[in-house]
Design a protein around this ligand. Sequence first.
Ligand code: FAD
Length: 470
Amino acid sequence: MIDSAFIARLTELLGPKGVLTDTNDLEPHLKEWRGLYRGGARVVAKPASTAEVSAVLKLCNDAGVPVVPQGGNTGLVGGAVAPEGSLILALGRMNRIRAIDPVAHTMTVDAGCILADIQTAAEAHDRLFPLSLAAEGTCQIGGNISTNAGGTAVLRYGNTRDLVLGVEVVLPDGQTLEGLRPLRKDNTGYDLKNLFIGAEGTLGIITGAVLKLYPRPRDVATAFVAVPDAQASVDLLSLARGQSGDTVTTFELMNRLSVEMVFRHVPGCSDPLSEVSPWYVLIELSSPRDGGGLTAALEEILGGAMESGLVTDAAIAQNEAQGAALWRLREEISDAQKFEGGSIKHDISVAIADVPAFMTEATEAVLALMPGIRPVSFGHVGDGNIHFNLSQPTEMDKQVFLDRWAEVAHEVHEIVHRFGGSFSAEHGIGQLKVGDLEYYKSPVELEIMRRVKRALDPKNLLNPGKVVIP
Ligand SMILES: Cc1cc2nc3c(=O)[nH]c(=O)nc-3n(C[C@H](O)[C@H](O)[C@H](O)COP(=O)(O)OP(=O)(O)OC[C@H]3O[C@@H](n4cnc5c(N)ncnc54)[C@H](O)[C@@H]3O)c2cc1C
């Protein structure tokens, strides 16, 4: 239980800077990006080292206090939301880049490093850390690893899981798993590291990681492309991968409504094309080879695709500023959608070839369920991952709309299931999708997950109520 003796002991362990109890200080830790949940915890612990994390976990384990780890608090499934009676463990003070080895292409970091700072540090050594998402200025690498974040470069470099060579983890009883190994090959039994990646803080606290770096791209070509339908986008992806020498790094699909919301609500964003199209793709090619050949290659690919009807129009960036402006059209969608009332969001994946059929079926189904509902479909089509988001009918009351979340999501997830897809492609389970996990995972998978949870966290003190109920 958290009482004054507990707070006093916590303050002894972390010093006054490491413990927050003031209401104003707590506020940013209780809010959640989507506003779907609100935390009720009354104390935040801010350790500055792995040893301090270990001491806090031991204290909580002894006192039976639940711990909710928090990184940048940008998660979209309520995973970092801490109920009353629990302690928030915020990793933000652990923000040291511990080492960079440009020759081995590795970087060792504290878990509280902000993703954008890691990207900048890699760049300063002429290297690339390819994980990239719209929340990169706020989210932390510990949160990225714990959610196995995806983002806009998965097609080329994989998910976060593929970018992590080693992790340092503190277990619920305070023991530390010292796994900061930079090895690219290590076949020594069970791969423990991968248990903690994507575990959303339910098995241990990630305090450090060894990350993979890549050569920094020197030649980048970006285009905003109008396509007649989702099928054309999938065909264009296949064509572009082959014809560009597999240099496609990003391939993002957006329906007209999603970009229209950006034009409507985000200052400085306007349509780079003269004709309206039902669908668009943001495509980026990149290569560490200097020479500037990629823009010409992209022009050639898109020219050919126009002749065959896969593409109807395109704006190709001629410099970095134009490229950044095209990127904003994709990155601002989530923020722009907030101005259009309530939205019910899905983060689904199906096989890439099934994306068009899924989109047609799901759109028809939600319109039949709720006439006037507005699909704002966009996402990482190159990974088969679509954010099939639905804005409320314009005349409907926001709360009346949001009250139907479970019904609408069930309809969509049933279609995903029929396609053999996933109801959570990259955002994780948190508390939002605990019911879906119970419903869609096989009994064998669920039982293994429960056994792992019970083995590593026998008192169910690490982020209880999230992911899997033991
Ligand atoms: C505008 C926007 C765009 C986004 N785009 C993408 C996207 O393209 N792809 C994508 O995958 N996600 C995306 N997200 C979701 C979110 O940014 C990611 O899930 C991110 O990885 C979360 O990192 P965080 O540091 O904010 O973690 P938090 O939100 O703080 O935590 C996420 C989960 O991890 C746990 N956790 C945090 N730190 C640790 C730790 N050190 N050890 C153990 N557990 C921990 C928390 O308890 C929680 O369960 C987006 C979010 C926003 C707001």
